[in-house]
Ligand binder design. Structure first.
Ligand code: ATP
Length: 193
């Protein structure tokens, strides 16, 4: 996917609706400490289906919602919209929204979709939440120090085969449950003999 625009509302420190145009090529985010650089990168990961609170630097998933300051009340929801062009060149708009007490929901081009669909679509396009295209502070040092298995994972993400691992896990768990069912069926049939 080619990301062209990012819109945030109520996400972490971005309490007011904010919009960023992302031009082709390399994009760098610079600014003073604490201005929200990492929050921007996290917004991109989040809308791509990130479910790990740890990699969002938060305790729970609702912590991505603006928590309020001395002079501003907290928000009830956070929303991130990522727009651009899909691999076929068609316009693509992905929205993730979380509401306090109601969990998060995703929409792709206006249609409700599951978290898994979004994560898989991005993983296939090699632009997922863990994509090496998103380089956060300290990431280069981390890559240099990474263990071989971790480095392999990064290469797999870059090659766009990360989605296959998710499908393989799904297929393996379906296979296990089918094997269990077969075992039960054989027991039942043996009981009929
Ligand atoms: P540094 O250069 O120091 O790493 P940064 O520019 O990457 O900083 P971020 O870490 O993105 O900055 O932003 C940190 C700011 O975001 C802090 O001021 C923090 O209070 C604010 N923040 C994070 N989560 C929330 C939230 N849920 N509600 C309100 N503010 C938040």
């Amino acid at each position: 996917m080619e990301i062209r625009r990012l819109r945030l509302s109520g996400f972490k420190s971005f309490v007011e609706p904010a919009e960023l145009r992302i031009e082709p090529g390399l994009t760098g985010v610079v600014g003073p400490n604490g201005c929200g650089k990492s929050n921007l990168l996290e917004a991109i990961r989040w809308v791509m289906g990130e479910t790990s609170a740890k990699s969002m630097r938060s305790g729970g998933m609702e912590d991505v919602i603006f928590a309020g300051t001395e002079d501003r009340p907290p928000r009830q929801f956070a929303e991130v919209v990522l727009s651009g062009a899909g691999d076929d060149g068609d316009e693509l708009e992905v929205v993730r929204r979380i509401e306090r007490g109601a969990g998060s929901a995703y929409r792709v081009n206006g249609n409700d979709v599951r978290a898994k669909d979004v994560a898989l679509a991005f993983a296939d396009a090699a632009t997922g939440a863990h994509s090496p295209a998103l380089v956060s502070q300290g990431k280069i040092a981390h890559m240099i120090a990474a263990k071989p298995a971790e480095r392999r994972q990064m290469l797999e993400e870059a090659a766009g085969i990360a989605g296959l691992h998710v499908r393989r896990k799904d297929a393996e768990s379906k296979l296990r449950s089918t094997e269990n069912n077969l075992g039960r069926l054989e027991d039942l049939l043996a009981g009929l003999d």
